[in-house]
Write a protein that binds this ligand. Structure first.
Ligand code: GLN
Length: 227
């Protein structure tokens, strides 16, 4: 099986573990130490509170290790607070700032939906890369909890899902629609929480990314001249 880690410092890591464990060929691992991080082929950074998560990661000395993990092009998927953590640029941060892992060429606005609606859910069109659902609508249920939104993306970033603001929401914002899921080579990020639904398709998509990366690494190792 392929080993997929879930950063288990804070937040909704148990829910991610549960969904991963439903996918055949996956061994889900809770990651709290450098050794556990080293042992996985891909990592999920869950939702929660990004300030707290960053603080705990810093205290446990994991920030350099996580940066190294990303630098090695090993796949990382950030959900909600995890998206903030992965972003290169973010606004609405707590005073005094918070450590960001960075790597994802996006501008994120923290607590974007905060003022009007802290939490809500809606059906959004599924991107083409998501495994197809049997039901004809081909949408997915997006659960937002004090969610951030992506308000700007760099050139290499693939947009997977967008949310169109209601007229009332748009009246209070500078945006008519925002980006809520992206992918950029080995990084994926979603503002919503697939781990709070019964739908494993986003997890399957990530597992596919990790498997592909693992196959590339294996092929490179096989093609390399013997030491
Ligand atoms: N508002 C949270 C933060 O800024 C994110 C919320 C979540 O992950 N559900 O960290």
């Amino acid at each position: 099986p392929i080993r997929i880690g879930v950063l288990a410092l804070q937040g909704s890591f148990r829910e991610h573990m549960t969904l991963l464990n439903r996918i055949p060929g996956v061994e889900a691992v809770e990651v709290r130490t450098k050794e556990e991080l080293q042992s996985v082929a891909g990592l999920i950074i869950p939702g929660g509170e990004s300030t707290t998560m960053a603080l705990v990661a810093e205290r446990w000395g994991l920030i350099p290790e996580l940066r190294q993990f990303a630098a090695e092009q090993r796949p990382i998927w950030g959900t909600c607070a995890g998206l903030i953590f992965l972003a290169n640029r973010a606004s609405g941060m707590k005073e005094g700032g918070q450590a960001l892992l960075g790597g994802l060429d996006c501008m994120v606005q923290r607590n974007f939906f905060g003022a009007q609606i802290n939490s809500f859910e809606t059906q959004l069109p599924a991107p083409a890369c998501l495994p197809r659902e049997t039901d004809a609508s081909n949408t997915f249920r997006a659960v937002f909890i004090r969610a951030p939104a992506i308000v700007e993306t760099g050139p290499g970033v693939e947009v997977l899902a967008e949310y169109t603001l209601t007229p009332e929401e748009a009246a209070a914002q500078q945006h008519k629609s925002v980006i809520v899921a992206v992918r950029d080579s080995h990084l994926m990020a979603t503002a919503f929480h697939p781990e709070l639904t019964q739908d494993t398709r986003w997890h399957e998509l990530f597992v596919e990314m990790v498997q592909q990366h693992a196959a590339e690494v294996a092929a490179a190792a096989a093609g390399a001249p013997a030491p």
